[in-house]
Design a binder for this molecule. Structure first.
Ligand code: GRG
Length: 293
């Protein structure tokens, strides 16, 4: 299977599992369940759940055992997008190529949709089958930390507070370690944990996740400047419009590209001990560096 087929096959598995986990659209109160499904099944790349499954493989596990945490990270990620798009945050009309959740369901319902997806994430992760080294609570704690006020939410706070200010590269890295890299790293760690990963394996994958997450964000910043709204499925040029510090605004485009390549190499280096088992993770890292949307 080449990478394209692998990504499509994994995304189909994740979508089927999400469909099974989420309350049915007609379940009452139907508005919220329709809105949750609208946000989740809007055509995201499913990067986080795919990384979760690939990390389970890298540690010799069965990806099937990683489906519950894979779905959990995707719905937690979707909650952050729904809330991030609200008028009181980034105020965006377009997400994943469709009108944002609040544009369709109204602001109040979109707040509740994000809340419900966040809660659903914990219902999902709690269904992970414990591994020898990892009891059920370890998965729950891992996900809670990624979404916490020191990681995802903390990153968003630093981001909001940084708008209109001149930030240093070090400050920008701090924001993106928390806002973007932490959830990607957790996705990978959760998959590895289902495969009963050793402490050393988890340490290696944490280094991989941080570098991959930062590279992902550098590329995201570059695409915001170089791609169109149609291709991205979200409003392009948004960062400059709100005077947000980004890698291109601090380093320039050429140095940002070099930075992404350097971080991707750092990520690859962390995979050396995993030998062939980490082949998919390597291919994904390479693919993310070259992505165009
Ligand atoms: C509002 C609690 C709260 C947090 C907001 C993650 C976040 C923090 C905001 C989302 C917007 C954003 C620019 C996040 C940075 C990470 C990122 C580039 C997310 C987009 O991820 P993709 O490209 O999206 O994987 P898809 O739609 O493909 O899943």
């Amino acid at each position: 299977m080449d990478l394209k087929q692998y990504l499509a096959a994994r995304a189909t598995e994740v979508d089927a599992a999400l469909d099974a986990f989420l309350p049915k659209a007609k379940e009452k109160p139907a508005t919220i369940h329709g809105a949750m499904r609208y946000a989740v099944f809007a055509g995201g790349k499913r990067l986080r759940p795919i990384l979760c499954l690939a990390a389970a493989e890298a540690c010799g596990g069965d990806p099937e055992d990683a489906l519950a945490p894979a779905c959990a990270v995707e719905v937690l990620h979707t909650y952050s997008l729904v809330h991030d798009d609200l008028p009181c945050m980034d105020d965006d009309d377009l997400r994943r190529g469709r009108p944002t959740c609040h544009k369709v369901y109204g602001e109040g319902m979109a707040v509740l949709t994000g809340d419900a997806l966040l809660t659903e994430a914990f219902l999902m992760v709690a269904q992970t089958r414990p591994a020898k080294r990892y009891p059920a609570a370890a998965y729950v704690a891992e996900l809670a930390l990624a979404g916490s006020s020191t990681k995802l939410i903390g990153g968003q706070v630093m981001d909001l507070e940084g708008e209109g200010k001149k930030l240093t590269k070090a400050q920008l890295v701090k924001i993106h370690e928390a806002k973007t890299a932490a959830l990607l790293t957790t996705s990978i760690r959760l998959g590895a944990m289902t495969a009963n990963a050793t402490e050393k394996q988890l340490e290696g994958l944490t280094v991989f996740g941080r570098a991959l997450g930062l590279a992902f964000q550098v590329i995201d910043d570059i695409l915001d400047v170089t791609q169109s709204t149609e291709v991205l499925g979200k409003t392009a040029g948004k960062d400059a419009a709100v005077e947000k510090a980004t890698y291109p605004s601090i380093l320039g485009l050429e140095k940002s590209r070099k930075e992404a390549a350097k971080l991707t190499q750092e990520a690859m280096d962390a995979l050396v001990p995993f030998k062939n088992k980490a082949q998919r993770l390597r291919e994904i890292a390479e693919y993310l560096l070259k992505r165009e949307y």
